[in-house]
Design a protein around this ligand. Structure first.
Ligand code: BGP
Length: 470
């Protein structure tokens, strides 16, 4: 890490293209899968879309300036594939390229390191129509798109992520059925998705090196450590099953350049047949990432499978519903509820110490790789005071604890060199619309999209200053 010309520690915040850009059909942008889904589907739970969102497309200067004023030295954002290639493949849309050039230049002018994700859930609709991540050609499509980005932006972008959360994304699309195209409990597609996403990622990593890329490139994983309920009768089996399902289909290819050794055994138990092509092993072997990005929100709290059929659930409605997130993955394990752990309005555990265990699990088992905490956030409903300021003490409290646990891991030797709050400003939440807020900056969606820093913005600025001046 020392050889890269980057700050010793990257302190920043993150967004994703569809969640903040708006301008869904401007300047030659092609239709994205989420555009199509939110415009047409009855499953658009909150009946909202990202057509305008924060209008980052027109207001990026203000957002990046605010971020820099808040002491942040890095900004993680994603590129919308359909802005660069409106049909997913083929002709480049120069206006899309020009937009990201402006964003990147603006970062550089403010001394902000751009950390760029190539795919954050927004597949071009033209490719979705061809089966998307189930199509055997998808890795090549992705790699061709990635190469264009390396070529056009690689002179200024030195930190790349191929895919955001290949595991959680595949899970939402194919098991929960709350991301388009809403397949439910389709284990076959869930596993095939992860396989193709990691194959695509490895192919792009290899291409980056072949092109002489002089930065670093990795994958962003929804890092949730597996912890087993102490009353489980077969804790080792539970751990193996849950860790395979939640982590190892991503971590092993990214960090060790191969598929997990237990994969065939697990797939057999799950009754899944994976489509693989000769030559894939070589791609995995040549596509080892330089780092792993971890989005840390919660853990996978697991216990023995009690015999039911596979089923999954999530709480999409927030405070009004008592539904908890949970799953039964027959015959491997099921998740369980720890009554002593507080939960947020969406039923997710609030447990900052998992930051430490998530990092240390990877340090111990994957040879202490370079790690960035690419997302960590606290979602809430919140109202501003009369001046429009949000007093988000709860966010400050929770994130402060998460940071302490990260620093504890770092003090014990973990190779952690970056931390990003989710999110830079309030934005569209995939299945919760605009009510669930994560931002350091409030966006008034009813009043001209006015930006007002929250209490947490000031807190984060002081925290960064404190660490930088240590
Ligand atoms: C991560 C995604 C982000 C963001 C965040 C919060 O999984 O990478 O894009 O959405 O979760 O999720 P949500 O808005 O669903 O609460």
């Amino acid at each position: 890490y020392a050889n890269l010309q980057l700050p010793d520690f990257l302190w920043g915040s993150a967004t994703a293209a569809y969640q903040c850009e708006g301008a869904w059909d401007e300047d030659g942008k092609g239709l994205g899968e989420w555009d199509y889904f939110n415009h047409t589907s009855a499953k658009n739970i909150n009946n909202v879309d990202g057509d305008v969102s924060c209008d980052f497309y027109h207001r990026y200067e203000e957002d990046i300036r605010l971020l820099a004023d808040g002491g942040q030295n890095t900004y993680r954002f994603s590129i919308a594939w359909s802005r660069i290639l409106p049909n997913g493949v083929g002709e480049v849309n120069e206006e899309g390229v020009a937009f990201y050039n402006r964003v990147i230049d603006c970062c550089v002018e403010h001394g902000v390191v751009p950390n760029v994700t190539l795919f954050h859930y927004d597949l071009p609709y033209a490719l979705a129509c061809k089966g998307g991540w189930l199509n055997a050609d998808v890795a090549k499509w992705f790699c061709d798109y990635a190469k264009i980005c390396f070529e056009r932006f690689g002179d200024r972008v030195k930190v790349w992520a191929t895919i955001n959360e290949p595991h959680f994304y595949s899970y939402c699309v194919n098991m929960l059925g709350n991301y388009p195209p809403n397949r439910s409990l389709d284990m076959q597609s869930f596993m095939q998705y992860q396989y193709h996403l990691m194959l695509a990622s490895s192919l792009a990593v290899r291409a980056y090196r072949e092109m002489g890329g002089d930065g670093i490139i990795g994958v962003v994983h929804d890092g949730g450590v597996v912890e087993v309920d102490p009353t489980a009768e077969h804790p080792e089996e539970v751990f193996r099953g849950a860790d395979f399902m939640a982590n190892r289909m991503i971590l092993v290819p990214c960090l060790q350049g191969r598929l997990p050794e237990e994969m065939d055994e697990m797939l057999q138990k799950l009754d899944v047949l994976l489509y693989r092509v000769p030559g894939d092993e070589e791609i995995f072997a040549q596509g080892v990432g330089d780092y792993i990005g971890l989005n840390v929100y919660c853990r996978e709290y697991a216990t023995d499978w009690r015999g039911g059929e596979t089923q999954v659930s999530a709480n999409n409605k927030g405070g009004s519903s008592k539904k908890l997130e949970g799953k039964v993955i027959a015959p491997l394990y099921q998740t369980t509820c720890d009554p002593d752990v507080p939960r947020n309005k969406w039923g997710r555990e609030i447990l900052p110490r998992v930051m430490y265990s998530t990092i240390m699990d990877i340090v111990d088992r994957y040879d202490n790789p370079l790690i960035f905490i690419t997302e960590n956030g606290h979602g809430a409903y919140e109202d501003p005071d009369a001046e429009g300021v949000v007093h988000d003490e709860e966010r400050i409290e929770v994130l402060g604890q998460f940071v302490e646990h990260m620093m504890r891991a770092r003090a014990e030797g973990a190779n952690v060199h970056g931390y990003y709050v989710w999110s830079t400003m309030d934005l569209y939440s995939w299945i919760n619309g605009y009510q669930k807020r994560y931002g350091l900056v409030r966006i008034d969606f009813d009043n001209n999209l006015a930006r007002v820093p929250k209490k947490s913005w000031y807190w984060y600025r002081d925290l960064i200053n404190g660490y930088l001046n240590q």
